[in-house]
Design a binder for this molecule. Structure first.
Ligand code: NAP
Length: 284
């Protein structure tokens, strides 16, 4: 069996086309577009690429986008003051503080200062707590995008064994909660787990580790669905996932490529969250 490819680029284009129409309708009704404010600190090259791409997408969709670039010598108090200002700005529906922040800044404190109603990354404890309790509000974008991919291929996770590899607050944990809320039987693996044993019995494997090709193709249960969140930059500059793609695709029913899989979905879901936040704030 050779797996069918879940094309994240094509699906994100479809999601974004829908958002563009909705954003225009919101603008027509309320006289303003959904607004996103992106905060970047310092000169991390990857952060610059991510922020540029988020801004470009926001503009493409007709959103209002503002970019706040601060030097890496900014104090914590100055950054918190900017977040407070954006919290108070009625034209801003979504606030995104690009991680990582410099070491002298307490990232958790910064993220917790964002108004939960504007937390379009879904990282605030209030939003994470709502997801945990099964009444999601703004959900972390990457796992949200994975759920959208599963929906697109018409796969219902209810009662299926789903193995999430990774337990970070931004991917693994919210991913596991979304699957649980959709009635999957969820296993969460981490660095102390027997990953091979858990993957072998999984109907759905979601790898969010950050170790290139950690998941071997021979571990994949024939007919399983494989979602690769990993984005690992090799010495040759090429991106690879956490799954051994070439061998896994010979066993899986569906698989996501890297690049062109989960990555493009994350930005689309960020925009979807911004539109949701705008609608909620405008009382729609
Ligand atoms: P992270 O915070 O570093 O978490 C990695 C997780 O993997 C941890 O829970 C860790 O376990 C686990 N782990 C590490 N080595 C392992 C091993 N050998 N076996 C099993 N588990 C292991 O990473 P993250 O932020 O969640 O990101 C994970 C990957 O997804 C990265 O490649 C990142 O670039 C990518 N990513 C992609 C997108 C996208 O849009 N496509 C978005 C976000 C992240 P412990 O908890 O035990 O340490």
């Amino acid at each position: 069996m050779t797996a069918q490819i879940i094309d994240g680029k094509a699906l994100s284009a479809k999601v974004k086309a829908g958002l563009k129409v909705e954003a225009a309708a919101l603008h027509a009704k309320y006289g303003r577009a959904p607004g996103i404010a992106v905060v970047r600190v310092g000169e991390d090259p990857a952060s610059k690429v991510y922020v540029t791409s988020k801004e470009k997408t926001a503009i493409e969709l007709g959103f209002a986008s503002s970019h706040h670039h601060l030097s890496d010598t900014v104090t914590q108090a100055e950054l918190l003051a900017l977040v407070a200002k954006l919290n108070a700005d009625d034209t801003v529906d979504g606030i995104l503080v690009q991680l990582p922040l410099p070491k002298h800044i307490d990232s958790t404190l910064v993220l917790e200062t964002i108004d939960p109603a504007k937390d379009v990354d879904g990282f605030h404890a209030v939003n994470a707590g709502h997801l945990f309790q099964g009444r999601p509000t703004l959900v972390a974008c990457t796992p949200f995008g994975v759920m959208r991919m599963l929906e697109e291929i018409g796969f219902n996770v209810a009662g299926k064994n789903c193995c999430v590899i990774g337990r970070s607050n931004i991917v693994g944990r919210p991913m596991a909660m979304l699957l649980l809320n959709a009635s999957a039987t969820v296993t969460i693996c981490h660095s102390k787990s027997d990953v091979a044993a858990e993957v072998r019995r999984a109907d759905v494997v979601i790898a969010a580790v950050g170790v290139s090709k950690l998941v071997k193709g021979e571990w994949i249960k024939p007919g399983a669905i494989v979602i690769d969140v990993g984005m690992n930059r090799g010495a040759d500059g090429k991106l690879s996932g956490d799954v051994e793609f070439e061998t896994a695709k010979e066993r899986a029913a569906w698989i996501t490529p890297v690049p062109g899989g989960v990555g493009p979905m994350t930005i689309a879901m960020l925009m979807s969250n911004t539109l949701l936040a705008a609608k909620a704030r405008l009382g729609r």
